[in-house]
Design a protein around this ligand. Structure first.
Ligand code: FAD
Length: 353
């Protein structure tokens, strides 16, 4: 695609959030395109480590309109199953996804917005940004990180315990990624699992279903002016999916507190204790991938853009979808993104009218 194309809405990103937006835009009869930097469907799920399992059963992992089918023999589907589901979803609803197209910047252009890409320019009346977080891994600034001679990687680069067989590995992070990767490595490596505070496992019978219910209860409480229930965060940090539960119950998931620095050979705690290491895996989270919106100069704090619901406070033609609770409760989950996607699509349809 070269030269200038026109459409009413450009959706940036063709992962689950972009597809959910497309579903609702189509239902409202809005003209739109989805521009996705990947060459094939599936968004971040294409890049997950081999053993990753959803923390919810398929029935609780569906986008609007089309329930996720069960995966044979699995209560908690794997990432490949999600990629298959998203591939089928965009085909089923005939969503106009253009790939690979990377949006490099969104600019004001009179009554239009202009999306500049590595495959030409789109003029549009509105933008839904749905670019996720996987593409901006976060690593904390820990002293000595540059001195360490072993291998350092982030969650996004981890694939399988076989790559570390027999090695001394330090896994940093007390969230779901840290716990799942530590559990994955617990049998084949000499593992040190490090968390900033003692790990908070959710009760074994709590999974993504209960998390979604907690997020919904919180949204309702806040909407009705009742006391904040604390939502998901009040329950704990780590869903005890079967591999995590097994490793924990086998006594292989004992967490050490956070170390204070690295040196050439490993990590060191304040009391002088050290753990020599061949590799350090940073499961320390993500930031929203928003650099393509920098050209609009929208205000925000801590890497976020100020929003009301999904709409950017400073630019009502721009919506942000997915990313985290700040763009809608549970909006960074498969089941949670449908509702904010519908609200964004309706808001834009109103604007266009
Ligand atoms: P993505 O899947 O990242 O899709 C964004 C798309 O936008 C990508 O294709 C990307 O290439 C593209 N893009 C980025 N920048 C540009 C650009 N400038 N121009 C064009 N395209 C661009 N959720 C659940 O519901 N259940 C779970 O069990 C679960 N487990 C998770 C486990 C891990 C380890 C992680 C990290 C997340 C998990 N999530 C889970 C959360 C969430 O569902 C996923 O992160 C999901 O991938 C987010 O979808 P998205 O569409 O917002 O972003």
């Amino acid at each position: 695609m070269t030269g200038g194309s026109r459409t009413q809405v450009v959706v940036i990103g063709g992962g689950q959030a972009g597809l959910a937006a497309g579903y609702h835009l189509r239902r409202l009869g809005v003209d739109f395109v989805i521009l996705d930097a990947q060459s094939t469907p599936g968004g971040a799920w294409r890049h997950a480590w081999d053993s990753l399992r959803l923390f919810s059963p398929a029935a609780y992992s569906s986008l609007p309109g089309r329930p996720m089918p069960l995966q044979a023999g699995q209560t908690y589907p794997d990432a490949g199953h999600v990629v298959g589901y998203l591939t089928e979803y965009e085909r089923r609803y005939d969503l106009p996804v253009h790939r690979p197209v990377r949006v490099t910047g969104v600019h004001h252009d009179g009554e239009f917005l202009r999306a500049e890409t590595d495959a030409g320019v789109w003029r549009t009346r509105a933008v839904i940004s749905a670019t996720g977080t996987w593409w901006r891994p976060f690593l904390p600034a820990v002293p000595g990180r540059a001195d360490f001679r072993g291998r350092q990687l982030h969650t996004v680069e981890y694939r399988s315990p076989h790559d570390f067989a027999g090695q001394r590995v330090v896994v940093v992070g007390g969230g779901n990624s840290g716990a799942q990767i530590a559990a994955d490595l617990a049998y084949e490596t000499e593992l040190t699992w490090v968390t900033q505070r003692p790990p908070r496992f959710l009760a074994d019978d709590i999974d993504g279903r209960a998390l979604f219910d907690a997020a919904t209860a919180r949204r309702r409480a806040l909407e009705e002016g009742r006391t904040d229930t604390g939502g998901v965060a009040s329950l704990g940090d780590i869903v005890a999916v079967p591999p995590v539960r097994e490793a924990r119950d086998a006594g292989r998931l004992k967490a050490a507190p956070m170390f204070v620095r690295l040196d050439r050979d490993g990590v060191l705690w304040a009391d002088g204790t050290r753990a020599p290491a061949d590799a350090v895996i940073w499961c320390t989270g993500f930031r929203p991938a928003l650099s393509h919106l920098a050209s609009l100069g929208l205000r925000g704090v801590r890497g976020h853009i100020a929003t009301e619901g999904t709409r950017a406070v400073d630019e009502p033609r721009v919506h942000l979808l997915g990313y985290g609770d700040w763009t809608g409760p549970a909006s960074a989950t498969l089941i949670g993104v449908g509702r904010p996607a519908r609200e964004a699509a309706r808001d834009i349809a109103g604007l266009l009218a």
